[in-house]
Write a new protein. Structure first.
Length: 149
């Protein structure tokens, strides 16, 4: 269990350093956008951007899928850390902005504790590596559809 915990804390540390340092370095990529998709645009302090075409269906956004690309992954955790650090997080509609209140709480508050913080990012990373994630009572499990969006 210790190696997994160490790996997880190392990953959280690396992502945190990437946010503080301003991103991945000089990356920039753009994907061709197929018909019927929206474009997610992410930027960091250096001004570089990443555009990824992905279908977005607002009726089926999963808890933890912060960028609405259809899966819960480390990129979602990074988006939350950028939000917490006060950096810009560009999301394409109909993906709600992080921290916006809805019927079910705040978008990005994956553990339903009424705030969006680094703990939410950590819980996404725990989910990604298949570790247990403690949730508040009546909170959707990570990867399950969000009610009331």
């Amino acid at each position: 269990m210790k190696p997994v915990s160490f790996a997880l804390s190392t990953l959280v540390g690396v992502i945190g350093l990437m946010v503080v340092a301003g991103g991945y370095g000089g990356w920039s990529a753009q994907a061709q956008q197929p018909a019927g998709t929206a474009t997610h645009v992410g930027t960091h302090r250096g001004g570089d951007s990443l555009k990824v075409a992905a279908p977005i269906n607002s009726a089926s956004i999963a808890n933890g899928d912060v960028d609405c690309d259809g899966d819960v992954d480390a990129v979602d955790s990074l988006g939350l850390l950028q939000y917490v650090a006060g950096l810009s997080v560009s999301l394409q509609e109909p993906c709600p902005d992080i921290g916006v209140q809805s019927h079910s709480g705040f978008f990005g508050d994956v553990d339903c504790d009424l705030d969006v913080d680094a703990v939410d990012a950590q819980k996404i990373l725990r989910h990604v590596v298949s570790l247990s994630v403690n949730q508040e009572p009546n909170c959707s499990a990570l990867g399950d559809p969000l009610p009331g969006l």
